[in-house]
Design a protein around this ligand. Structure first.
Ligand code: UD1
Ligand code: CA
Length: 476
């Protein structure tokens, strides 16, 4: 039978090298806080319970950690003062039920590239190797600030020495500690109990458990992972940006392999969670964020910002489309310069043209708003044309109100619809109309504003300013 596995993630530290008010693990990578990426991976691994140790900005970190897993999937331990990684692990272990008899995986919260597949191999190796404690190491040409793995004459792991405490020979060691450990809960309780803070930083180092375990006659083993990039801990904004670029490249390569054309992959910023079908064309400077679903053959000309948007097959997004939390039905044409806000639902074959803003608005199949409009809180039927400059007056300063327009209507230019109001189907709205009452099916509706004319008025106006030239007329 498989042994039980639980996990502890250390995320109480501040991360001073980010030079930020925000805790390091809250900084976003690939659209999610780093800590959420770690908890997502450990959830996929099936670690239960999953305990996150919080301290610095505890509430925000706990909230972000919860984003990575199903609700209730994560428990929290509080590290009151940041006395070191060993102290943090102790706080996490205290939160684990005393009856838990399986293995405990401990990981740092600043390892956002960790994958469940690597962790699975690591745990399988640990369980078959006969070691009582294992951790993941990698070889680095430049080991910089990482903890060095010290081995004895026989090649067995003797301990981990932090860079700041290492002597010159130890500094030259290329095998480093990644910060991922596994051992039985009981052994961890024992060795964590023995930690001392006698080192250059006066901290309780989790890394010391390796030497302590060995002293107690237990075998500690390092599992050498091949891909060092997976264990890069983020410590600065420079490292964060480099990692972001790596993630982006990988996403773009996968999409291009699957038949997506990218005019310039260097300026395509696409979330790992996006689904983009084949024969799509992604123009320059396009951001596709969150959980977007883009259907087959969609063409995005360029300079677009899409977040959590579903785009049906064969749509054409012209230059400058911004869309968030909305649905664009198949074969629609959007833009240039359109702003589709939350709750916009286009049924299909729609046209939204330049300088049109929509919010919480449904457009039935084939309906169009081609120029300069605001459509908020509206339900519009099929094959209706919304003319240039039409505005739904949806807000009275206290509440939002709905506008309804039926099928096959012709809404003339510069119409205002003062909500709540309902226009039936097959209605013709004369241009410049202010609609304040419901309109029945089949009607022509227009506001009465009789046109007045004063013959010869302009000449008299100029005479009153004799000798002067009006500003809108050029010198001849
Ligand atoms: C640590 C390791 C080092 C390893 C490196 C890998 C120790 C002593 N050193 O160093 O051997 O090579 O990671 O990236 O463990 N944390 C807490 N509470 C604390 C201190 C830290 O929760 O009191 C958390 C941090 O939020 C962070 C993680 O532990 O997520 C690691 O801490 P960090 O300060 O980044 O350790 P490193 O100096 O990088
Ligand atoms: Ca670190």
């Amino acid at each position: 039978m498989e042994r039980d596995l639980s996990a502890i993630v250390l995320a109480a530290g501040k991360g001073t090298r980010m030079r930020s008010r925000r805790a390091k693990v809250l900084h976003e990578l690939g659209g999610a806080p780093m800590i959420a990426r770690v908890t997502r991976t450990l959830t996929a691994l099936g670690a239960r319970p999953l305990i996150v140790v919080v301290g610095h900005q505890a509430e925000e970190v706990a909230f972000a950690a919860g984003r990575g897993c199903a609700s209730g999937g994560v428990a929290f331990a509080h590290q009151a003062r940041q006395l070191g990684t060993g102290d943090a692990a102790r706080a996490g272990l205290a939160e684990l039920d005393a009856s838990f008899a399986g293995d405990v995986l401990i990981s740092y919260g600043d390892l956002p590239m960790l994958t469940a597949a690597t962790l699975r191999s690591f745990i399988a190796h640990h369980r078959s190797s006969g070691a009582q404690l294992s951790f993941i190491s990698v070889e680095l040409d430049d080991a910089v600030a990482y903890g060095r793995v010290v081995r004895d004459a026989s090649g067995a792991v003797a301990g981990i020495v932090e860079a700041r405490d290492a002597d010159a020979t130890q500094c030259g060691i290329k095998e480093i500690n990644t910060g991922v450990y596994v051992a039985e809960a009981a052994l961890l309780r024992d060795v964590l109990g023995e930690l001392k803070n006698e080192n250059s930083q006066g901290e309780f180092y989790l890394t010391d458990i390796v030497a302590i375990a060995r002293r107690r006659g237990a075998r500690a083993d390092a599992y050498r992972a091949r891909d060092a990039a997976e264990f890069a801990g983020v410590n600065s904004h420079e490292e964060l940006a480099a990692m972001e670029a790596n993630i982006r490249d990988a996403v773009n390569r996968r999409l291009m392999d699957a038949g997506v054309k990218m005019v310039d992959p260097a300026t395509a910023y696409i979330s790992e969670d996006a689904e983009i079908a084949s024969d799509c064309v992604i123009g320059p400077n396009v951001q596709i964020l969150g959980r977007c679903r883009i259907g087959e053959g969609v063409v995005i000309d360029g300079t677009a910002w899409l977040k959590d948007v579903a785009v049906g097959p064969r749509c054409h997004l012209r230059l400058g489309v911004r869309a968030e939390e909305c649905t664009i039905g198949e074969e629609s044409e959007i833009g240039p310069f359109a702003n589709l806000r939350t709750g916009t639902e286009l049924e299909g074959r729609n046209r939204i043209g330049n300088f049109v803003e929509t919010k919480n608005t449904k457009l039935g199949r084939g309906s169009k708003a081609s120029h300069l409009s605001y459509l908020g809180d509206a339900v519009i039927g099929r094959d209706t044309n919304v003319g240039c400059g039409v505005i739904t007056v949806n807000y009275d300063g206290y509440d939002k109100h709905q506008t309804q327009i039926g099928d096959r209507c012709m809404v003339g230019c510069d119409t205002q619809l003062v909500a709540p109001v309902k226009v039936g189907s097959d209605v013709y709205v004369g241009s410049g109309t202010t609609i304040v009452r419901d309109v029945e099916d089949g009607a022509l509706v227009m506001s009465q504003h009789p046109q007045r004319q004063k013959a010869g008025w302009m000449a008299r106006f100029h005479q009153r300013h004799a000798g002067r030239r009006p500003w809108w007329v050029q010198k001849s």
